[in-house]
Design a protein around this ligand. Structure first.
Ligand SMILES: *[C@@H]1O[C@H](CO)[C@@H](O)[C@H](O)[C@H]1NC(C)=O
Ligand SMILES: *[C@@H]1O[C@H](CO)[C@@H](O)[C@H](O)[C@H]1NC(C)=O
Ligand SMILES: *[C@@H]1O[C@H](CO)[C@@H](O)[C@H](O)[C@H]1NC(C)=O
Length: 359
């Protein structure tokens, strides 16, 4: 017979990793505080986020040992493309052309709402589906989905240095080569610089503080619900679609304080779009100078309806549209655009080589 002290010690030893992973949830059971049971999504997501943070070590972009290990093999940094979808990836053939010939410079991750039945695209999209959960429009489930994508991509490949979130309605406006050079400028020094605080590499995320209905969105969970973590002066809005550096991807995956507020349900009549607030608010609090404050994904909000931007349809698609969408009011070029309806795929494919990917 084993003596019981040994069994006790052994049990304690075994439970250490469990305590490590779940301690914050055990110590701060915020779900219970708000009257529901622990949301089933929280425990395995937390474990995933902890693994992601642990995998980069220390919390900076990546550990020194990772950098030196990578440097010896002279690899190039990669862009992780994070596809967030709740329908078929209609534009997969266009993206396939975009990725063609650049195999070692990107990774794809797809978060697809499991409650919707879609046809998995082949080619570069084969076997790129991550563990996903149901998502609803204008709800914190979209934040969780984006964080799952970021965490999975962080763990999967230390060479992932930029993380671009796109949807099934997004199209590329430039060639892969253009996008890659635009982001990394000089890929030789990129890896060495990425981890450092002084890195010249910034995240491309829209961060706005002067929108007309910002206050209504702020109080959507109740007058004082966001306090003290998020005073109104620090509440921001911006596009849900962003390109983050690895350092900021870690910040987002690690974060718990603001999430506790942003995951609360909105109680007002109007939708409150938590996914348009969480990321800009967090990054503008953590590292405003490390962010561009604009998005590289063009979207047309003229005459928007019920929170939906303009959906480009067949008669509108032309080379001129592509040129127009690339333009911005400042010195940068948009790299992606949304939203495009499924029937625009054929004309976009037809002009892919001569227009979209010629730059
Ligand atoms: C995806 O496409 C398949 C056919 O290719 C179709 O049966 C299915 O309904 C589509 N799913 C959605 C969500 O539109
Ligand atoms: C934006 O959408 C409006 C319709 O809502 C359309 O008239 C306009 O041409 C679009 N702008 C661009 C640049 O595509
Ligand atoms: C540029 O600025 C004008 C006027 O402020 C605005 O109407 C237009 O939408 C802006 N375009 C882009 C791409 O931001």
């Amino acid at each position: 017979m084993f003596s019981s002290p040994i069994i006790v010690c052994f049990t304690l030893f075994l439970s250490l990793p469990i305590v490590y992973f779940f301690a914050p949830e055990i110590l701060f059971p915020d779900n219970l505080r708000f009257g529901s049971t622990i949301a089933d999504d929280d425990l395995d997501d937390l474990a995933l986020f902890h693994r992601a943070v642990a995998s980069v070590g220390g919390g900076a972009g990546h550990s020194i040992s990772t950098v030196s290990r990578l440097a010896t093999k002279n690899p190039k940094p990669k862009i992780a493309f994070l596809f967030l979808t709740n329908s078929n990836l209609t534009f997969a053939p266009l993206w396939e052309k975009f990725f063609h010939g650049n195999q070692k410079l990107f990774n794809i991750y797809i978060h697809s709402d499991p409650s919707v039945s879609i046809t998995a695209p082949g080619g570069v999209f084969s076997h790129r589906f991550i563990r996903s959960k149901s998502t609803q429009r204008a709800s914190p489930t979209l934040i969780s989905a984006a964080r799952r994508l970021l965490a999975t991509a962080l763990i999967d490949d230390p060479l992932n240095q930029y993380f671009a979130l796109v949807s099934q309605h997004c199209i590329p406006l430039h060639s892969f080569r253009f996008v890659y050079r635009y982001l990394f400028k000089d890929s030789v020094t990129a890896l060495a610089n990425f981890g450092s605080e002084k890195s010249q590499y910034r995240s491309f995320i829209e961060i706005l503080s002067e929108e007309p209905n910002l206050f209504d969105r702020y109080v959507a969970r109740g007058e004082t619900a966001m306090l003290p973590e998020v005073p109104f002066e620090q509440f921001r809005v911006g596009s849900q679609f962003f390109i983050l550096t690895r350092r900021h991807a870690v910040v987002v995956v690690k974060e718990r304080k603001l999430w506790r507020k942003f995951k609360l349900p909105c109680v007002s009549e109007e939708p409150c779009y938590p996914e348009e607030h969480y990321f800009p608010t967090l990054l503008s609090m953590e590292d405003p100078d490390g962010c561009s404050h604009f998005t590289l994904t063009r979207v047309n909000w003229t005459a928007c309806w019920d929170g939906h931007p303009h959906l480009y349809t067949l008669p509108e698609v032309s080379p001129e549209l592509v040129y127009q969408l690339r333009k911005s009011n400042s010195s940068y070029s948009h790299l992606f655009a949304r939203k495009f309806s499924p029937e625009t795929l054929t004309p976009l494919i037809d002009m892919a080589d001569d227009v979209i990917f010629r730059d």
